[in-house]
Ligand binder design. Structure first.
Ligand code: HAM
Length: 413
């Protein structure tokens, strides 16, 4: 049997045939929750193409993502790539249309993204990512608004402060650290990469890297442990405290973000127990629009991305998957085939009235049709019968109370 490519998923309707199947119903539930949270914060939805010119991503995402590109030459000899992240597309889009929108621009999207990663827990070769970004506001109030949205979109799915924490940091704090060491600005990204890999690489390797910069693993660890908030982080913390959200965040300078374009506040969301990889990550990128527009548009930006893969694992492990069974209102039962025409008219009337309706497409025993209604999770069955006077009557049964009553076809909706 043909299988999907490694790291790609099929999404199936519930109930799922195998424990490791991906649920299309759960995916919709998550997307709806993300959308509802974004709207509560006044974000508007946008989208862009899944395939882009290669150079959009080689420009400023940083080597980590460039190594993972799904790129190829198209039939018109263009170098193209599937999008590994949304931010460069968004920066291009905003640079093109920003003058038509009032600032701050608050936009969100739920793109499918593609990265040629090593297949591992929490990392696939495609994933869906909730992206929320703000443009045109340099004040830390915007960073706080974004972090608050991240918190509320996780809370919207039933997660609490016992389940997750946002680790807040700032590249500015690290800039100060580097300036004291005299690190060349051109090598700042290499330094960030070393910090980003702190937990994943052998201590001796990391220490050697830091020694090249004139410091050591110990000094870096001390700086992280002190966690002295910068002025902008102080503002973000105070803002979140006013919203009653302090318990969801903490300063952690171990967070630096792998992507090259961040300039200020950065953050990642993790599960409290530290079982999973990052749930979400983001930060401020005040130079990206300028870079992507070749210097024509200069607009500060900030945002985050939350993937569906780790999130699903976390919801599963915390028992927060909702019951996602039937989504049917009425199942119409036809026992007398001479009434099929009348039954189709009823089905049509119900559907036009907005009800979700199913029925057997071919002749089937009545009890089988009833069983099917239960399997599909219908809330009512509607039995089409002929009354004593020869007119069609409908027997409506509530499948919760099992009570049945008779109605005429005119009032069934
Ligand atoms: P990122 O940290 O690369 O940031 O990805 C954000 C989140 O997407 C991760 O925390 C993770 O949950 C999920 N994710 C990333 N790669 C994979 C993968 N291969 N499989 C499953 N899930 C994955 C960005 O992409 C930035 N563009 C986010 C952003 C938006 N920054 C500003 N605005």
């Amino acid at each position: 049997m043909m299988q999907p490519l490694p790291g790609f998923r099929d999404f199936l309707p519930e109930p799922l045939p195998f424990p490791d199947s991906w649920s299309a119903d759960l995916r919709r539930h998550i997307f709806e929750s993300w959308r509802a949270s974004a709207r509560r914060y006044g974000f508007r939805e946008y989208d862009g193409p899944p395939l882009e010119p290669l150079e959009l991503f080689t420009l400023k995402s940083g080597e980590e993502i460039v190594r993972q590109l799904f790129n190829f030459r198209d039939k018109g000899d263009r170098d193209v790539s599937l999008r590994p992240e949304m931010t460069p597309t968004l920066a291009r889009l905003v640079a093109t249309v920003e003058r038509h929108y009032r600032k701050p621009i608050k936009w969100f999207a739920i793109p499918q993204l593609f990265r040629y990663e090593k297949h591992q827990k929490g990392r696939l070769r495609e994933h869906f990512q909730f992206n929320a970004d703000i443009f045109g506001e340099a004040d830390p109030a915007a960073d706080a608004e974004l972090v608050a949205l991240l918190i509320d979109s996780l809370r919207g799915l039933g997660l609490t402060a016992d389940d997750f924490v946002i680790r807040l940091s700032s590249r500015r704090a690290w800039q100060g650290f580097q300036e004291r060491l005299g690190v060349d600005a051109a090598r700042a990204y290499d330094f960030y990469q070393a910090v980003d890999k702190l937990d994943r690489e052998k201590e001796a390797v990391t220490d050697a890297k830091f020694r090249e910069f004139g410091t050591s693993l110990d000094a870096v660890r001390q700086f992280i442990a002190a966690a002295e908030p910068t002025a902008e982080l102080r503002r973000v913390l105070d803002d979140l405290a006013s919203r009653g959200m302090s318990e969801f965040v903490r300063i952690d300078y171990g967070i630096i973000r792998g992507l090259a374009y961040y300039t200020g506040v950065v953050f990642e969301a993790f599960d409290r127990k530290g079982e999973f990889r990052a749930i979400a990550g983001g930060g401020r990128y005040d130079q990206l629009v300028k870079l992507v527009s070749g210097g024509k548009v200069d607009l500060p930006g900030l945002g985050f991305g939350m993937g569906d893969v780790v999130l699903t694992e976390l919801l599963k492990s915390r028992g927060l998957l909702p019951a996602l069974g039937g989504v049917l209102d009425d199942y119409v039962i036809i026992e007398d085939e001479t009434l099929r025409g009348a039954a189709l008219a009823i089905v049509q009337r119900l559907r036009s009235g907005g009800r979700r309706v199913d029925f057997s497409l071919t002749a089937m025993k009545g009890d089988k049709q009833f069983k099917r209604a239960l399997e599909l999770g219908a809330s009512r069955t509607i039995r089409v019968e002929r009354g004593a006077d020869g007119k069609t009557v409908l027997k409506v049964r509530d499948l919760v109370t099992r009570a049945e009553h008779e109605v005429s076809p005119e009032v069934v909706v």
